[in-house]
Structures are given as structure tokens and as C-alpha cells.
Design a protein around this ligand. Structure first.
Ligand code: SF4
Length: 293
């Protein structure tokens, strides 16, 4: 199999078969991210793609869900995505789902009719690193889209029947701004239909603009307890039936919940952690994080 770039997949795609559709990120500007720094975006040539499909079919001829790697293969044109999806069935006859990372920016140029066709060809399960739904925070992180874009583009996915998953990042708004970020993000996320929301917490890694801003005093990181409070506010304000997974390594205390059913339970659990663990202990945990996962 050809894996030329940094290969990254979400934890919930662990049982999907992975194949490289692209490498690197078309955008590479989010201020907290260094994942694909120094890597150029490259679409796998169709010949290489088919070679990989053939190899995959030798070992897993009955693969039903595959995950196309690359930071955002969904940036490819409609025609390119369609051609690749069609070629999958030449090798994997049982394939039902082709999932991948996508950005709000990648959905914009595609019409609902085109999205419907992609859905009918098996493209489904887009992991979208929204991080926030608050305009101040989106701008601070330089995500390259607004809250309105999230609503407009995800409504197109809803119309086309494409399932998608969101990410929310606590601490991204900086000290004192978490409450506003949580309220506004919950409001925006509740206007569309993510199947689930993963929660990460900001960690300032080397080679990120946000770390440089923090060193210059232009960005003040939120405290650890402030982030947990932010998560409580986010959960409190969500008006969605949704699974929430705040259990990645960047969360000091892992929680998962089905909302709204578990709302009070999980908010209470987070409160208990805040009441019994010191800020210093939480900070020491974050200082020891070397990577996102
Ligand atoms: S967060 Fe995603 S879109 Fe932003 S630079 Fe990193 S990989 Fe690219």
C-alpha cells in the first residue's frame, strides 16, 4: 500500500480499512495545528489508487467500510471523488461506506445534487474538524470559515443524506472566552445534525502559530478547570440528540454521553472532578502530552 504522507485517522475508524486518497492538507493554516506542516497536498494518482485497491482486495475482498486518508480528501472535485468512488467497486464489491476527513471549505463548491450522487456511490461519514461554532474563536484559530458557513454547508449534507461528525475543542478561545465559545458553538451545532461530536482540549504544540502567540503574550491559554466548565456549558446548551465523546487523550478526564439523556449525569461527573482534583495536577497532565493521540 502507498502511504507517502503522515497517515492519520480518527479513533472511531479503527475497524475501517484505510487507503491513501491524498496526503497533506490543502489549507494548513489553522493556528493550533502542526499535523501536516511542511507537507504539500498531494492527491494519489489514479493509477496508484487502483494499485492500492487491488492490494486491499487481495487481503480484505469483503471490506464494507473504508477510510480514505489525507487531511481532507473531500477537497477533491466532484468529478474526481465520483471517479474514485466508482473505481472502488471494481475491486471491493461489498463496499458500502467510504469515509474521510472533510472541511467546511471543501463542501462549499459542491451542489446538493452532486452531494447526493456521491452519497449514492457510498461516500458517507465525513469527519469535520469544526472545532468551534463561534465566530470570534473560528477567526482566532484561522479556521477559514464562519458559523454561518457551518450551518449552510452542513444543511447541504443533511439534504443529501450524508452523515457527518463534528469536533469541538475546549480552550481554543483562550482565557476568559470559553463560556461564550461554548454557548455560541452549542447554538450553531444544534442547528444541524452531526451524528456525534468528539471533544478535544487545546494543547499548544511546537511549530504552531498559537504557541508563538502565547509566547508573545498575544494568546492567553485557558486554565484546566475553565476548560472543564466550558465543556459543562457546551453540554448544557446543546439542543440535539447526539453522542458526545470527550474521551481523547487531550481531555484530562474522559467522559462519553448520549445527550440529552445523560446531560445531568455527565455535568455532575465533571463537577466532581473539578471539586476533587487540583489545577496543578491537571496542568502537569497537559504538560506531559506529546501528541494528539
Ligand atoms: S486542523 Fe485540519 S484543516 Fe486545519 S491545518 Fe490542521 S489538518 Fe489542515
Amino acid at each position: 500500500m502507498n502511504f507517502t504522507g503522515r497517515t492519520w485517522r480518527p479513533p472511531y475508524e479503527a475497524s475501517s480499512f484505510i487507503i491513501q486518497a491524498a496526503s497533506g492538507c490543502t489549507y494548513n493554516k489553522c493556528r493550533f495545528c502542526s499535523l501536516y506542516k511542511g507537507e504539500c497536498y498531494r492527491m494519489s494518482p489514479l493509477s496508484e489508487w487502483e494499485e492500492d485497491l487491488q492490494e486491499l482486495s487481495l487481503y480484505h475482498p469483503n471490506a464494507r467500510r473504508i477510510f480514505w486518508t489525507g487531511a481532507n480528501p473531500f477537497a477533491m472535485s466532484y468529478e474526481n471523488l465520483k471517479a474514485r468512488a466508482l473505481s472502488v467497486y471494481d475491486y471491493l464489491k461489498e463496499c458500502q461506506t467510504m469515509a474521510m476527513f472533510a472541511s467546511i471549505r471543501d463542501i462549499k463548491p459542491k451542489k446538493v445534487k452532486q452531494l447526493r450522487t456521491l452519497r449514492s456511490l457510498g461516500i458517507n461519514g465525513l469527519s469535520i474538524g469544526t472545532e468551534s461554532g463561534d465566530d470570534y474563536t473560528l477567526c482566532l484559530a484561522d479556521k477559514g470559515y464562519t458559523a454561518k458557513d457551518i450551518i449552510d454547508q452542513c444543511r447541504k449534507l443533511d439534504e443529501a443524506g450524508i452523515e457527518y461528525y463534528f469536533v469541538y475543542m475546549t480552550g481554543l478561545a483562550g482565557k476568559g472566552n470559553g463560556y461564550q465559545n461554548a454557548v455560541n458553538s452549542a447554538k450553531v451545532f444544534s442547528k444541524v445534525n452531526p451524528r456525534f461530536i468528539s471533544v478535544d482540549s487545546l494543547t499548544l504544540f511546537e511549530d504552531t502559530e498559537l504557541l508563538e502567540m502565547a509566547e508573545r503574550g498575544e494568546f492567553v491559554p485557558a486554565g484546566e478547570k475553565e476548560r472543564i466548565e466550558e465543556l459543562q456549558v457546551f453540554i448544557q446548551n446543546l439542543r440535539l440528540k447526539v453522542h458526545l465523546f470527550a474521551d481523547s487523550i487531550s481531555n484530562f478526564y474522559p467522559v462519553t454521553a448520549y445527550l440529552p439523556r445523560d446531560k445531568e449525569l455527565v455535568i455532575g461527573e465533571l463537577q466532581n472532578i473539578m471539586d476533587t482534583v487540583s489545577e496543578e495536577e491537571m496542568l502537569a497532565y497537559r504538560r506531559n502530552l506529546k501528541a494528539l493521540g
